[in-house]
Write a protein that binds this ligand. Structure first.
Ligand code: SF4
Length: 225
């Protein structure tokens, strides 16, 4: 696979709107109060690739706004909210946490892209590879790859007789390089942060519920870390 050239994530996410938690809460509440007149619920998914789950925990920090969201969206796939194993068809929006580090991550990324109208790179690991990408340091000048990572982790640093873990078909194989999401599939929106705050998540989802593209600008929306 030849990854696509990595776009400038910050440039890709230009715009405005400093998310104010209270204003966002009020706006979402107002959105929920008019649900009867609202268009059909959007089909929302969240996916978890090579990440720590922190971005999903921040999603759960929406707290009471989750109830409002529940009135406006149908959560069709999520590792924290359902036990559905197969990514469904015809998804409107997907928040994708994590980098692409192994064959299972890559397979899910390609599948969700094919089945989703709007893909959001959710958190710094998805946007830049971030923490999972640190192992790329062992892959210098095109040498090393997954073998170097396994050697370092399971043999060089082993207390006793280390050996490479290998369970074909059971454990996904590591890719030689960890990629940000946009390097393997086209991404529609970037939501940086480690993790993105609940306010930032709400400020992104709220306009989408109204069929509008969120306006992102300034450190409140675009700061990494
Ligand atoms: S961006 Fe941060 S919080 Fe989110 S998965 Fe990566 S390390 Fe965890």
């Amino acid at each position: 696979m030849t990854p696509a050239p990595a776009p400038d994530a910050t440039a890709a996410a230009e715009a405005t709107a400093s998310p104010d938690a209270t204003a966002t809460s009020d706006a979402l509440a107002a959105t929920g109060s008019t649900a009867a007149a609202a268009p059909p619920r959007l089909r929302l998914a969240t996916a978890w690739l090579a990440g720590c789950s922190g971005c999903h925990m921040s999603f759960l920090d929406l707290d009471e706004l989750l109830f409002v969201l529940a009135e406006r969206v149908e959560l069709v796939y999520s590792p924290v909210a359902s036990d559905i194993k197969t990514y469904p068809e015809a998804v409107d929006i997907c928040l994708v946490e994590g980098a692409v580090a192994n064959t299972a991550n890559l397979e899910l990324a390609l599948q969700l892209r094919a089945r989703t109208a709007l893909v959001i790179s959710f958190g710094d690991c998805a946007v830049t590879a971030n923490v999972p990408g640190l192992r790329n340091l062992l892959n210098r000048e095109g040498r090393g790859g997954a073998a170097a990572v396994l050697q370092r982790s399971y043999v060089d640093l082993a207390d006793g007789s280390g050996r490479h873990p290998h369970a074909p078909g059971l454990v996904p194989e590591l890719l030689d390089q960890v990629w940000p999401l946009h390097a393997v599939i086209p991404v529609d929106l970037y939501l940086p942060g480690c993790p993105p705050s609940a306010e930032r998540i709400a400020a992104t989802l709220l306009p989408l519920l109204e069929g509008q593209r969120p306006i992102q600008a300034g450190p409140a929306m675009l700061r990494f870390g």
